[in-house]
Design a binder for this molecule. Structure first.
Ligand code: BGO
Length: 270
C-alpha cells in the first residue's frame, strides 16, 4: 500500500525547492476540491510506493485563511501517514509556531530544518538533538537548495509513517490543561486517542470550523464553556490568545535550549 507523506511549512521555508528535489519530474498538479488553491503531489524518487503531498504554505492551523483551511482539512480528514515539516533554520521562532500545532495532530512528524547552509555561513548553531528531544519528534538538518540531507529527511518520514502514532508532549499551563482534560472527557472521548488532544485544544479556542464539524450537544457545550471561561478569568485573556501566547512561551524556551546565534545581542555588521 502507498505511504502518504504531507509536506507542510511556512511560505518561503523552501517547501517548493524541497518538493521538486524529492520528486523530480514525477509530479501531478491539480486543485484542492472546490477551491483554486494549487494541489501538487509526487512520488518520492526511488520509492515508488511513497507519495509526497505538497500542502499550501501556512503559518498556522487556524481557520482564517483558505490555505490554512485546505491544509488542515487535508490533515484531519485524510490523515496522511506522516508529516514532513520543513522549517527555516534562520527563522526558527516564527516557523516553530506551526510545528507546535502539527505535533498535536497525532500524526507522526519529522522536522526538516532547512537553510542550514545559511545558518552555518552565519556561524550560528542549532542543537538538533535537543530540538528533537524538546519537540518529541525526529529532526534532520537539510539544505533544500544544495540537496543536503533531503533524502535522509524523507526516509525518516517514511520510517515515522511505519512507526506508532505519536502522542503530543507539550503541556499548557495548569488551568488550560484542566479545561482541556474536561473537554476531552466531555466531547471527544469517542475519537481515536491520538486525535483527542488537537480537537480539545480547538474546542478550547472556540474554533468555529471544528465546532461546526462536531455538532456538539448544547448541554455539553455549556459545560465546557464554564471551564473555558474559568481559564480566561484566571489568565485574564481570551482563550485563543491564551493558547497563542503559551505556544510562544514554549517556543522561546525551546530556542533558548537549542540555538546559539553568533551575533546574539551584538551589533550586526551588515
Ligand atoms: C529564491 N538554502 C538557501 N540558501 N536558500 C534556499 C534553501 C536552502 O536550503 N531552500 C530554499 N531556498 P521556496 P516556499 C530566491 O527564490 O522553495 C531559497 O515558498 C530568488 N528567487 O531558492 O520557493 C529558494 O515554497 C532570488 O529563493 O519556498 C527561494 O516554501 C534571490 O529560499 C527561497 C534569492 O524557497 C524560498 C532567492 C528569484
Amino acid at each position: 500500500m502507498d505511504i502518504k507523506i504531507a509536506l507542510a511549512g511556512n511560505p518561503n521555508s523552501g517547501k517548493t525547492t524541497l518538493f521538486n528535489a524529492l520528486t523530480g519530474s514525477n509530479q501531478f498538479v491539480g486543485n484542492w476540491p472546490g477551491v483554486t488553491v494549487e494541489k501538487k503531489e509526487g512520488k518520492l524518487k526511488k520509492h515508488d510506493n511513497v507519495i509526497i503531498m505538497d500542502l499550501p504554505g501556512i503559518y498556522s492551523l487556524s481557520p482564517y485563511t483558505l490555505e490554512e483551511v485546505v491544509a488542515r482539512n487535508y490533515l484531519i480528514s485524510e490523515r496522511p501517514d506522516a508529516i514532513l515539516n520543513i522549517i527555516d533554520g534562520t527563522n526558527l521562532e516564527r516557523n516553530l509556531y506551526l510545528t507546535t500545532q502539527l505535533t498535536e495532530l497525532g500524526i507522526p512528524v519529522v522536522v526538516a530544518v532547512n537553510m542550514m547552509d545559511v545558518v552555518k555561513k552565519n556561524g550560528d548553531k542549532i542543537n538538533v538533538g535537543e530540538l528533537s528531544r524538546q519537540l518529541g519528534c525526529k529532526v534532520v538538518e537539510i539544505s533544500a537548495l544544495k540537496g543536503m540531507g533531503i533524502m535522509d529527511a524523507a526516509e525518516e518520514a517514511v520510517r515515522a509513517a511505519e512507526g506508532t502514532k505519536t502522542v503530543p508532549q507539550h503541556s499548557f499551563s495548569g488551568v488550560v490543561e484542566h479545561a482541556i482534560a474536561h473537554i476531552e472527557e466531555a466531547a471527544v472521548h469517542n475519537m481515536p486517542l491520538e486525535q483527542q488532544r488537537w480537537y480539545a485544544i480547538k474546542i478550547f479556542e472556540r474554533d468555529e470550523k471544528v465546532l461546526e464539524q462536531l455538532k456538539l450537544d448544547k448541554t455539553v457545550l455549556a459545560h465546557m464553556e464554564g471551564d473555558i471561561k474559568a481559564a480566561e478569568k484566571e489568565l485574564d485573556d481570551d482563550a485563543e490568545s491564551i493558547i497563542t501566547n503559551e505556544r510562544y512561551v514554549y517556543i522561546a524556551s525551546i530556542i533558548k535550549g537549542c540555538c546559539k546565534k553568533k551575533n546574539a545581542g551584538g551589533l550586526s555588521v551588515s
